[in-house]
Design a protein around this ligand. Sequence first.
Ligand code: 5GP
Ligand code: 5GP
Length: 243
Amino acid sequence: MKPLRSCSAFIISLVIIVVYEARAGHSLSRKPDRGYYDFFYFVQQWPGAYCDSKWGCCFPKTGKPAENFSIHGLWPNFNNGSYPQNCDNLNRNPFDKSKIVGLIKRMQVEWPTLSCPSGDGFKFWSHEWNKHGTCSANVLNQQSFFQKTLDFKIKSNLIQHLSDAGIHPNDGFYRAEDVEAAIEDGLGVTPYLECNFDKEGNSQLFQVYLCVNKLANAFIQCPVMPHGRRCASSVQFQSFSRF
Ligand code: 5GP
Ligand code: 5GP
């Protein structure tokens, strides 16, 4: 009887651990001290396409952002395409403004909120930290999560690489492969382009995904491409000045 009882106890414990790990989005094969993810998607949005989408946009309280890409987020991901999210179930490490005071001016410029009603950005940043940042907190604390994300924005300089290739936000249509090639020529890695589709079915450049290594110190080729709506072969690059 005794060996049978301890065997059942072992099986029950194993089931509890597996269920806990699965709910937390973890894999048992990963060591906790290395963080539960393999790489990041660094995602930037094009404000012209955000404003022209079905949900529309509101400018932040700090004013209309520049006609430039802005940050959506830095999202930990697994090599198999799945991703962890909301990794701080116990709310031990909630978003804390005081940890990023020195970054706020830059965040307002590079990471403005465009959703309605108008905000000051804190809700958006807090959402990004809670959903994504908490999953890489073993590697990047709050300050470095936001700092690194801002640095990747500057380093990527998408608008410049596109402009160098004659691609401008003038409502014109460009070949998706030329847009990708312009970014790849500038950064040495292949981006993933996500599009919105308007009522006429036009494919409009909405978000650009770049991959970043686990330590968040370099762009890398994406181990797996994301699931966002792939652009058609011809892509409209919308003007933001008319909004
Ligand atoms: P959507 O369903 O609009 O493409 O994405 C909604 C949200 O889910 C994104 O803003 C992001 O927070 C998350 N998400 C979507 N796709 C991915 C992905 O491939 N990797 C990660 N890490 N998050 C994603
Ligand atoms: P995600 O799609 O990353 O899970 O969610 C983004 C959340 O942040 C949504 O609740 C969205 O309303 C909010 N949000 C606030 N400002 C922005 C913005 O400028 N862009 C995007 N994509 N989401 C924003």
